[in-house]
Write a new protein. Structure first.
Length: 93
């Protein structure tokens, strides 16, 4: 009879320990998830528009081309080359 009581007590203690461990694992994951760093602040760099594909991008990342007195911005070499070719064709026509 004493042995049965001790086994019940040990079983109850083991189940309690497993429950506490699981609770901490689940609760800890939620707390770690809540502590995510905030998103990076928006860039302060002004946005410019690519004249060929109409993509907006930060001015610091844009490629430039000067045609006359105007500066034009582009997202890639391909867009810049296409624009320069069309402006040369327009000037020669």
């Amino acid at each position: 009879m004493i042995v049965r009581a001790l086994l019940r007590l040990l079983t109850l203690a083991a189940l309690t320990a497993v429950g506490v461990w699981l609770g901490r694992r689940i609760g800890g994951a939620r707390r770690r998830q809540a502590r995510r760093p905030p998103a990076s602040p928006p860039t302060r760099d002004p946005m410019v528009r690519d004249r060929v594909c109409n993509t907006f991008l930060p001015r610091a990342r844009a490629l430039e081309a000067r045609v006359g007195d105007e500066t034009h911005f582009f997202c890639s070499e391909a867009c810049r080359n296409r624009f320069l070719e069309s402006s040369r064709a327009a000037r020669s026509a």
